[in-house]
Design a protein around this ligand. Sequence first.
Ligand SMILES: [Zn+2]
Length: 438
Amino acid sequence: MSHILDKIRLCLATYRRARAAVKRQFRPEAIIAIQNQKLGRLIRYSFESIKYYRELCENAGIDARQIQSARDLCKIPVLTREQFRARFWDFLPRELPACRLSRTSGSTGVPICILSDANSRMFNSAGVIRYRRSLGVGFAGRPILTPLKTAQEPSVKKAHWTFLQGIHKTYYVNPYVDSAENTDYAGGLLNGLKRPAVIGITPAVRTLAYKVRDGVFPAIKACAVLTTGESLAPDVRELLVSTFAAPVADIYACNEAGDVAWQCLEGAGYHINADNVIVEVLRNDEPAGEGEIGEVVITNLNRYAMPIIRYKNGDLAKLTSEFCPCGCRLPMIAEIAGRTGEDIFLPGGKVMPWNQLKSQMNHPQIRQFQLVQTVDGSLNVRYVPDGGADTSQMETLLLERYRKLLGPSVAIEVEAVEKIAPAASGKSKLVVSHYKPR
Ligand SMILES: [Zn+2]
């Protein structure tokens, strides 16, 4: 009984925070005030109670009182994924509150465990209610349709009510299973839903859209489509807008910090949940200039079970000092380039950045692709063609593009495939390298 009461209390506290957060987003001085207040408290707590930070401040001679605003954060050294993994236990307080454990595979493939307490879940959920509201998914009653992440997940997953992030019933569909049974089930489900919000990770939402566009699943109109987990390419956005006849917004989240930033319907950039996280963008550990791409460094202001201060999460982004035309005064990320690939080495040692390799695959008739550099250094280009695509023409075109980019010394093979299965996380890495130069 007390367990249920605790849950109800947590939901009610979250709704109160959400209401305050909605009002706050238009008042820059209120955003700064709550950020500074939370930061000061987090720093005092971490320097006192968390072994890693206690040692850090002793060794570097930093006093908690010196850190009063985001600008002072540069006095604390950046935390890398490797440091975090190596000293995992030193990030936990002696008395651990009730927590949830999540595991992130991470873009570098090294798993990391993250603990989140009720406090951080409450503030994060308040932020979710705020952005959903601004995207037309009201506080209560809107059905949510979530595509499952892989073919290994069940094709029938029971719908259920959720309360923490507003009051909604969530329905699931598996876009990766091709059986007649799954197609029938999905058909019945989609026909019965009235303008749901489609919310899921980008590759799964994209796969669902193709199933609808190809007529395998029935047509469905959404009230909004919210993607996350992988940066949303312009052609995928167009596909989603036309398939679901709805506005599309991308949410930038990471396991280490929760929901970090979100697009509104203006689509001008990402509004940072600055009352929950501080986002810095650094080049060589110094703040990147206006409009410069750099490494994302994140401080979660609410997580006391496992404080993470100035954590380099492996993504790249560009900040802007401009505000969104929608009137919201949360600070903005202009652009996010998640790290969905690995740079490859060419024979001779030259590095070819993954995003340059990726950009060669821009073509309206390519649905999905993966570039794999094999152990002998050759490049295998695998792609899923659109229904009407001429694959021999496509092969010639892709060979030409990669030959020009990589030069004559790299063997290139182009292969049209039916599907590219996502990893267990639901994402698939776009560029993978197994080649180690000598
Ligand atoms: Zn906006």
